[in-house]
Design a protein. Structure first.
Length: 267
């Protein structure tokens, strides 16, 4: 199962690399097979095997010999690693089910409500979040299509699950969104974008009030540390906007996987 999940992560990562290239450019994902961005030749299936093809071709197009961006390799590897991490976390939940509060994290709270559907749900959710991470990092765009999909998925999952705190989760989602909207208004859109408010709605609805506090704290700490590193290294300047979506999603993943390291707040 571990191998299957890792392979699924590689295939999903290959899809995400194509999706995040086409979506900001207005190209439909169903518009055809992948092309070399340099010579525009169709890439053969045997040159499109996740990770392996990139390594075998030494990061170059077979036809024009131009370098292929390492983004494809990195996205595929990162997706596979994230999928396996989520799988291991769900295993820990199942193994600790007989112990009281033995693994009372965000994933286990979901596992208690969704059961065998927990892993598929989290893998789909994380795939969409990774796609947003990439588009915001590369183009400073948070596609509405992906945010709407996430909202629809999280809302329906909570609505049809056995959770008894549905309205508290709704309140948490709108509270997080209003927090980012307030920052957007106060900074005139320079400090926080409306896309971040949409992600706040998704994250607040997913985590609830307690873990949303840790999610936002981790995200802002990551943003501050990376921002200072970029400024001191001369790669960024004060006043120059840095996309915050990647930090929100990185904080999301950290909180989802390691929320048991924080004091438990069951809200």
């Amino acid at each position: 199962m571990f191998v299957y999940v890792a392979l699924l992560g590689l295939v999903t990562g290959s899809f995400l690399s194509a999706l995040t290239y086409r979506l900001p450019r207005g190209i439909k994902i169903s518009s055809g097979r992948s092309l070399c961005v340099n010579c525009k030749k169709t890439i053969a299936w045997y040159d499109n095997i996740p990770l392996l093809s990139y390594l075998i071709l030494k990061g170059k197009c077979r036809k024009c010999k131009k370098k292929i961006s390492p983004r494809y390799f990195v996205i595929e590897l990162a997706t596979a690693l994230l999928f396996t991490a989520i799988y291991l976390a769900t295993l820990k939940c199942a193994g600790a089910a007989y112990l009281t509060n033995a693994w009372n994290g965000a994933i286990c709270n979901i596992n208690n409500n969704l059961g065998i559907w927990t892993l598929p749900y989290l893998l789909i959710l994380s795939s969409a979040l990774l796609a947003i991470f990439i588009t915001d990092f590369e183009y400073q765009i948070i596609p509405d299509q992906l945010v709407i999909f996430l909202l629809f998925l999280v809302f329906l999952t909570h609505f049809f699950s056995t959770a008894d705190n549905f309205y508290a989760l709704i309140f948490s989602g709108f509270s997080a969104a209003l927090f980012f909207l307030f920052l957007n208004i106060v900074t005139g859109g320079r400090g926080m974008g409306l896309g971040d408010a949409k992600l706040g709605l998704v994250g607040g609805l997913f985590f609830g009030l307690g873990n949303s506090f840790y999610w936002l704290t981790v995200s802002f700490i990551l943003g501050a540390v990376v921002g200072l590193i970029l400024i001191f290294s001369g790669k960024a300047k004060f006043g120059k906007p840095i996309p915050f979506g990647p930090f929100l999603i990185a904080g999301y993943i950290i909180t989802m996987l390691f929320s048991t390291k924080f004091p438990i707040i069951n809200l």
